[in-house]
Ligand binder design. Structure first.
Ligand code: UDP
Ligand code: MG
Length: 332
Protein backbone atom coordinates (compact mmCIF):
# COMPACT_ATOMS: atom_id res chain seq x y z
CA UNK A 1 0.00 0.00 0.00
CA UNK A 2 1.26 3.47 -0.78
CA UNK A 3 1.91 5.55 2.31
CA UNK A 4 -0.76 8.07 3.12
CA UNK A 5 0.25 11.62 2.33
CA UNK A 6 0.28 13.96 5.28
CA UNK A 7 -2.85 16.00 5.71
CA UNK A 8 -2.78 19.78 6.04
CA UNK A 9 -0.74 20.78 9.08
CA UNK A 10 -3.11 20.89 12.02
CA UNK A 11 -3.66 24.12 13.81
CA UNK A 12 -2.12 24.46 17.25
CA UNK A 13 -3.34 27.94 17.97
CA UNK A 14 -6.24 28.96 20.14
CA UNK A 15 -8.69 27.92 17.41
CA UNK A 16 -7.62 24.29 17.80
CA UNK A 17 -9.85 21.54 19.10
CA UNK A 18 -8.54 18.87 21.44
CA UNK A 19 -10.30 15.50 21.47
CA UNK A 20 -10.27 13.24 24.51
CA UNK A 21 -10.99 9.62 23.71
CA UNK A 22 -12.42 7.44 26.46
CA UNK A 23 -13.13 3.76 25.79
CA UNK A 24 -15.68 2.47 28.30
CA UNK A 25 -16.77 -1.05 29.16
CA UNK A 26 -19.00 -1.34 32.21
CA UNK A 27 -17.69 1.87 33.77
CA UNK A 28 -21.04 3.02 35.23
CA UNK A 29 -19.38 3.46 38.62
CA UNK A 30 -16.51 5.60 37.36
CA UNK A 31 -17.43 7.51 34.21
CA UNK A 32 -19.29 10.51 35.64
CA UNK A 33 -16.60 11.20 38.25
CA UNK A 34 -13.99 11.02 35.49
CA UNK A 35 -15.88 13.46 33.26
CA UNK A 36 -16.28 15.91 36.13
CA UNK A 37 -12.60 15.80 36.96
CA UNK A 38 -11.69 16.30 33.29
CA UNK A 39 -14.10 19.18 33.21
CA UNK A 40 -12.42 20.85 36.20
CA UNK A 41 -8.90 20.34 34.83
CA UNK A 42 -9.66 21.54 31.30
CA UNK A 43 -11.95 24.47 32.11
CA UNK A 44 -9.14 27.08 31.97
CA UNK A 45 -7.76 25.79 28.64
CA UNK A 46 -8.28 28.10 25.67
CA UNK A 47 -9.16 25.17 23.40
CA UNK A 48 -12.50 23.72 22.40
CA UNK A 49 -12.68 20.24 23.88
CA UNK A 50 -14.45 17.31 22.29
CA UNK A 51 -14.88 14.18 24.39
CA UNK A 52 -15.40 11.03 22.37
CA UNK A 53 -16.75 8.27 24.59
CA UNK A 54 -16.76 4.85 22.97
CA UNK A 55 -19.22 2.53 24.68
CA UNK A 56 -17.67 -0.88 24.07
CA UNK A 57 -20.82 -3.00 24.58
CA UNK A 58 -21.30 -2.21 28.27
CA UNK A 59 -24.12 -4.14 29.92
CA UNK A 60 -24.47 -1.91 32.97
CA UNK A 61 -25.82 1.64 33.15
CA UNK A 62 -22.77 3.27 31.50
CA UNK A 63 -24.59 4.35 28.34
CA UNK A 64 -27.59 5.79 30.20
CA UNK A 65 -25.26 7.75 32.47
CA UNK A 66 -23.30 9.25 29.60
CA UNK A 67 -26.43 10.15 27.69
CA UNK A 68 -27.93 12.10 30.55
CA UNK A 69 -24.67 13.89 31.36
CA UNK A 70 -24.89 17.59 30.48
CA UNK A 71 -21.50 19.12 30.00
CA UNK A 72 -20.99 22.85 30.19
CA UNK A 73 -17.49 22.72 28.73
CA UNK A 74 -17.25 19.72 26.40
CA UNK A 75 -18.87 18.68 23.19
CA UNK A 76 -19.69 15.08 24.01
CA UNK A 77 -19.70 12.52 21.22
CA UNK A 78 -20.98 9.09 22.19
CA UNK A 79 -20.01 6.23 19.91
CA UNK A 80 -22.05 3.17 20.74
CA UNK A 81 -20.51 -0.08 19.46
CA UNK A 82 -22.84 -2.96 18.64
CA UNK A 83 -21.15 -5.29 21.18
CA UNK A 84 -17.94 -5.62 23.20
CA UNK A 85 -15.06 -5.53 20.70
CA UNK A 86 -12.24 -4.98 23.21
CA UNK A 87 -10.26 -1.90 24.14
CA UNK A 88 -8.04 -1.93 21.05
CA UNK A 89 -11.05 -1.88 18.71
CA UNK A 90 -12.83 0.73 20.84
CA UNK A 91 -9.77 2.98 20.57
CA UNK A 92 -9.70 2.49 16.79
CA UNK A 93 -13.38 3.46 16.55
CA UNK A 94 -12.80 6.57 18.65
CA UNK A 95 -9.76 7.64 16.64
CA UNK A 96 -11.82 7.42 13.50
CA UNK A 97 -14.63 9.54 14.91
CA UNK A 98 -12.52 12.11 16.79
CA UNK A 99 -12.17 15.36 14.86
CA UNK A 100 -9.69 17.25 17.06
CA UNK A 101 -6.34 18.68 15.98
CA UNK A 102 -4.89 16.61 18.80
CA UNK A 103 -6.34 13.41 20.25
CA UNK A 104 -5.71 12.07 23.74
CA UNK A 105 -6.87 8.54 24.61
CA UNK A 106 -7.47 8.23 28.34
CA UNK A 107 -8.91 5.42 30.51
CA UNK A 108 -12.27 5.89 32.18
CA UNK A 109 -11.07 4.90 35.64
CA UNK A 110 -8.77 7.87 36.47
CA UNK A 111 -5.69 5.66 36.51
CA UNK A 112 -4.33 8.13 33.97
CA UNK A 113 -4.36 11.45 35.87
CA UNK A 114 -6.18 14.20 33.90
CA UNK A 115 -3.92 16.78 35.57
CA UNK A 116 -1.24 15.75 33.08
CA UNK A 117 -3.26 16.88 30.06
CA UNK A 118 -2.47 20.63 30.21
CA UNK A 119 1.26 19.78 30.19
CA UNK A 120 0.79 17.44 27.23
CA UNK A 121 -1.09 20.12 25.34
CA UNK A 122 1.64 22.65 26.11
CA UNK A 123 4.34 20.32 24.70
CA UNK A 124 2.23 19.79 21.59
CA UNK A 125 1.77 23.54 21.20
CA UNK A 126 5.54 23.87 21.26
CA UNK A 127 5.95 21.38 18.44
CA UNK A 128 5.83 17.81 19.74
CA UNK A 129 3.79 15.51 17.49
CA UNK A 130 3.34 12.80 20.10
CA UNK A 131 3.52 13.27 23.86
CA UNK A 132 3.53 9.96 25.72
CA UNK A 133 2.78 9.66 29.41
CA UNK A 134 5.48 7.55 31.03
CA UNK A 135 4.67 5.72 34.26
CA UNK A 136 7.59 6.48 36.50
CA UNK A 137 5.92 4.56 39.31
CA UNK A 138 3.68 1.55 38.88
CA UNK A 139 3.26 0.72 42.55
CA UNK A 140 -0.51 0.77 42.15
CA UNK A 141 -0.27 -2.31 39.89
CA UNK A 142 0.24 -5.74 41.43
CA UNK A 143 3.77 -7.17 41.62
CA UNK A 144 2.71 -9.92 39.23
CA UNK A 145 1.45 -7.42 36.65
CA UNK A 146 4.64 -5.36 36.88
CA UNK A 147 6.83 -8.44 36.51
CA UNK A 148 4.95 -9.86 33.52
CA UNK A 149 4.73 -6.41 31.90
CA UNK A 150 8.47 -5.80 32.16
CA UNK A 151 9.20 -9.31 30.80
CA UNK A 152 6.83 -8.71 27.91
CA UNK A 153 8.41 -5.39 26.94
CA UNK A 154 11.91 -6.79 27.17
CA UNK A 155 10.94 -9.67 24.88
CA UNK A 156 8.98 -7.67 22.33
CA UNK A 157 11.63 -4.97 22.06
CA UNK A 158 14.27 -7.60 21.34
CA UNK A 159 12.35 -9.21 18.52
CA UNK A 160 9.89 -6.68 17.11
CA UNK A 161 10.48 -4.38 14.16
CA UNK A 162 9.56 -1.30 16.21
CA UNK A 163 10.59 -0.25 19.70
CA UNK A 164 7.55 -0.14 21.98
CA UNK A 165 8.44 1.98 24.99
CA UNK A 166 8.25 0.28 28.37
CA UNK A 167 5.81 1.68 30.94
CA UNK A 168 3.90 3.73 28.42
CA UNK A 169 0.23 2.92 27.95
CA UNK A 170 -2.35 4.29 25.55
CA UNK A 171 -2.48 7.57 27.52
CA UNK A 172 -0.74 10.02 25.18
CA UNK A 173 -1.37 13.02 22.98
CA UNK A 174 -1.25 12.56 19.24
CA UNK A 175 -1.28 15.28 16.62
CA UNK A 176 -3.87 15.02 13.81
CA UNK A 177 -1.14 13.90 11.35
CA UNK A 178 -0.29 10.94 13.59
CA UNK A 179 -3.96 10.02 14.10
CA UNK A 180 -4.52 10.04 10.34
CA UNK A 181 -1.60 7.66 9.85
CA UNK A 182 -2.84 5.25 12.52
CA UNK A 183 -6.38 5.36 11.08
CA UNK A 184 -5.08 4.63 7.59
CA UNK A 185 -3.42 1.36 8.64
CA UNK A 186 -5.56 -1.34 7.07
CA UNK A 187 -5.20 -4.20 9.54
CA UNK A 188 -8.21 -5.19 11.59
CA UNK A 189 -6.41 -6.93 14.47
CA UNK A 190 -5.06 -3.81 16.07
CA UNK A 191 -2.48 -3.76 18.87
CA UNK A 192 -2.66 -0.01 19.41
CA UNK A 193 0.51 0.55 21.44
CA UNK A 194 2.41 -1.14 18.62
CA UNK A 195 0.66 0.85 15.89
CA UNK A 196 1.33 4.11 17.74
CA UNK A 197 5.01 3.23 18.04
CA UNK A 198 5.14 2.08 14.42
CA UNK A 199 3.82 5.46 13.23
CA UNK A 200 6.88 7.18 14.73
CA UNK A 201 6.93 11.03 14.71
CA UNK A 202 8.62 13.48 17.05
CA UNK A 203 7.85 12.07 20.48
CA UNK A 204 8.30 13.68 23.87
CA UNK A 205 7.37 12.26 27.22
CA UNK A 206 5.95 13.44 30.49
CA UNK A 207 6.24 11.48 33.74
CA UNK A 208 3.41 10.39 35.98
CA UNK A 209 2.53 8.05 38.78
CA UNK A 210 -0.04 5.42 37.90
CA UNK A 211 -3.07 5.89 40.14
CA UNK A 212 -5.40 3.36 41.72
CA UNK A 213 -8.61 2.65 39.83
CA UNK A 214 -11.24 5.19 41.00
CA UNK A 215 -14.19 2.78 40.98
CA UNK A 216 -15.26 -0.51 39.41
CA UNK A 217 -12.93 -3.34 38.44
CA UNK A 218 -10.12 -3.96 35.98
CA UNK A 219 -11.32 -5.60 32.77
CA UNK A 220 -8.01 -7.27 32.12
CA UNK A 221 -7.54 -10.51 34.03
CA UNK A 222 -4.52 -12.77 33.62
CA UNK A 223 -5.76 -14.61 30.56
CA UNK A 224 -6.78 -11.47 28.68
CA UNK A 225 -3.34 -9.99 29.34
CA UNK A 226 -1.63 -13.13 28.01
CA UNK A 227 -3.76 -12.94 24.88
CA UNK A 228 -2.88 -9.27 24.47
CA UNK A 229 0.81 -10.12 24.80
CA UNK A 230 0.59 -12.88 22.16
CA UNK A 231 -1.37 -10.49 19.94
CA UNK A 232 1.33 -7.83 20.34
CA UNK A 233 4.19 -10.19 19.59
CA UNK A 234 2.61 -11.86 16.57
CA UNK A 235 1.48 -8.48 15.18
CA UNK A 236 4.93 -7.02 15.16
CA UNK A 237 7.36 -9.86 14.77
CA UNK A 238 7.90 -13.13 12.96
CA UNK A 239 10.86 -13.94 15.20
CA UNK A 240 9.01 -16.89 16.84
CA UNK A 241 8.80 -18.55 13.42
CA UNK A 242 12.51 -18.11 12.91
CA UNK A 243 13.07 -19.47 16.39
CA UNK A 244 11.12 -22.59 15.39
CA UNK A 245 13.35 -22.94 12.33
CA UNK A 246 16.52 -22.65 14.41
CA UNK A 247 15.21 -25.03 17.07
CA UNK A 248 14.29 -27.50 14.31
CA UNK A 249 17.75 -27.25 12.77
CA UNK A 250 19.40 -27.71 16.16
CA UNK A 251 17.33 -30.77 17.07
CA UNK A 252 17.88 -32.26 13.59
CA UNK A 253 21.65 -31.78 13.95
CA UNK A 254 21.63 -33.42 17.38
CA UNK A 255 19.50 -36.27 16.01
CA UNK A 256 21.96 -36.78 13.14
CA UNK A 257 24.91 -37.04 15.54
CA UNK A 258 23.00 -39.53 17.64
CA UNK A 259 22.16 -41.64 14.56
CA UNK A 260 25.83 -41.76 13.56
CA UNK A 261 26.75 -42.80 17.10
CA UNK A 262 24.08 -45.55 17.20
CA UNK A 263 25.03 -46.93 13.78
CA UNK A 264 28.74 -47.03 14.61
CA UNK A 265 28.06 -48.58 17.98
CA UNK A 266 25.81 -51.26 16.42
CA UNK A 267 28.45 -52.05 13.81
CA UNK A 268 31.15 -52.48 16.43
CA UNK A 269 29.26 -54.07 19.33
CA UNK A 270 26.31 -55.66 17.48
CA UNK A 271 22.60 -55.22 18.14
CA UNK A 272 21.78 -53.99 21.61
CA UNK A 273 18.02 -54.22 22.14
CA UNK A 274 17.33 -52.58 25.53
CA UNK A 275 16.79 -48.85 25.18
CA UNK A 276 13.05 -48.47 25.45
CA UNK A 277 13.32 -45.63 27.95
CA UNK A 278 15.66 -43.51 25.85
CA UNK A 279 13.62 -44.23 22.72
CA UNK A 280 10.36 -43.15 24.28
CA UNK A 281 11.89 -40.00 25.79
CA UNK A 282 13.33 -38.94 22.46
CA UNK A 283 10.01 -39.61 20.74
CA UNK A 284 8.00 -37.66 23.28
CA UNK A 285 10.44 -34.77 23.25
CA UNK A 286 10.43 -34.63 19.48
CA UNK A 287 6.65 -34.68 19.21
CA UNK A 288 6.49 -31.89 21.79
CA UNK A 289 8.89 -29.75 19.78
CA UNK A 290 6.94 -30.49 16.60
CA UNK A 291 3.61 -29.56 18.15
CA UNK A 292 5.06 -26.36 19.51
CA UNK A 293 6.40 -25.37 16.09
CA UNK A 294 3.08 -26.32 14.51
CA UNK A 295 1.24 -24.17 17.06
CA UNK A 296 3.52 -21.24 16.28
CA UNK A 297 2.92 -21.57 12.56
CA UNK A 298 -0.79 -21.95 13.27
CA UNK A 299 -0.79 -18.69 15.17
CA UNK A 300 0.48 -16.82 12.13
CA UNK A 301 -1.70 -18.73 9.66
CA UNK A 302 -4.69 -17.89 11.89
CA UNK A 303 -3.80 -14.21 11.86
CA UNK A 304 -3.44 -14.22 8.08
CA UNK A 305 -6.81 -15.97 7.86
CA UNK A 306 -8.55 -13.42 10.08
CA UNK A 307 -7.00 -10.51 8.20
CA UNK A 308 -7.89 -12.07 4.83
CA UNK A 309 -11.60 -11.93 5.74
CA UNK A 310 -11.36 -8.12 5.77
CA UNK A 311 -13.96 -7.81 8.50
CA UNK A 312 -14.03 -4.43 10.21
CA UNK A 313 -12.43 -4.18 13.66
CA UNK A 314 -15.68 -2.82 15.15
CA UNK A 315 -19.31 -2.05 14.30
CA UNK A 316 -20.90 1.24 15.32
CA UNK A 317 -24.57 1.11 16.30
CA UNK A 318 -25.07 4.84 16.64
CA UNK A 319 -23.26 8.15 17.24
CA UNK A 320 -24.70 11.03 19.29
CA UNK A 321 -23.34 14.54 19.55
CA UNK A 322 -24.12 16.80 22.46
CA UNK A 323 -22.80 20.34 22.13
CA UNK A 324 -21.37 22.10 25.17
CA UNK A 325 -23.70 24.57 26.85
CA UNK A 326 -20.81 26.93 27.60
CA UNK A 327 -17.74 26.13 25.51
CA UNK A 328 -15.46 28.37 27.55
CA UNK A 329 -12.96 31.05 26.69
CA UNK A 330 -12.34 29.95 23.10
CA UNK A 331 -10.80 32.62 20.83
CA UNK A 332 -11.55 32.26 17.09
N1 UDP B 1 -12.09 -1.22 28.14
C1 UDP B 1 -12.84 -1.26 26.97
N2 UDP B 1 -13.17 -2.49 26.46
C2 UDP B 1 -12.80 -3.66 27.06
C3 UDP B 1 -12.02 -3.58 28.26
C4 UDP B 1 -11.67 -2.33 28.75
O1 UDP B 1 -13.20 -0.24 26.39
O2 UDP B 1 -13.16 -4.73 26.56
C5 UDP B 1 -11.74 0.12 28.70
C6 UDP B 1 -12.11 0.31 30.17
O3 UDP B 1 -13.45 0.72 30.31
C7 UDP B 1 -11.12 1.37 30.60
C8 UDP B 1 -9.88 1.05 29.77
O4 UDP B 1 -10.34 0.25 28.69
O5 UDP B 1 -11.55 2.68 30.29
C9 UDP B 1 -8.82 0.33 30.58
O6 UDP B 1 -9.39 -0.82 31.19
P1 UDP B 1 -9.00 -1.30 32.65
O7 UDP B 1 -8.93 -0.13 33.57
O8 UDP B 1 -9.95 -2.39 33.03
O9 UDP B 1 -7.56 -1.91 32.40
P2 UDP B 1 -6.28 -1.84 33.37
O10 UDP B 1 -6.11 -0.39 33.76
O11 UDP B 1 -6.61 -2.69 34.54
O12 UDP B 1 -5.17 -2.36 32.53
MG1 MG C 1 -7.50 0.78 34.61
Amino acid sequence: MSPSLPSEPSTRGAAATVSLLIPVFNEGAAIIGTLQRLEAVLAPQPYAVEVVIVNDGSHDDTLAKIQTYQSPRFTIVVVDLSRNFGKEAALSAGLQVASGDAVIPIDADLQDPPELIPEMIERWRQGAEVVVAHRSDRRSDSAMKRLTASGFYRLINRIAEVQIPDNVGDFRLMDRTVVDVVCSLPENRRFMKGLFAWAGFRTERVEYVRQQRAAGQSKFNGFRLINLAVEGITSFSTAPLRLATYAGALVAAAAFCYVVYIVVRTLIFGVDLPGYASLISVMLFMSGVQLLALGLIGEYVGRTYMEAKRRPAFVIRKIWRNAATDPGPKVE
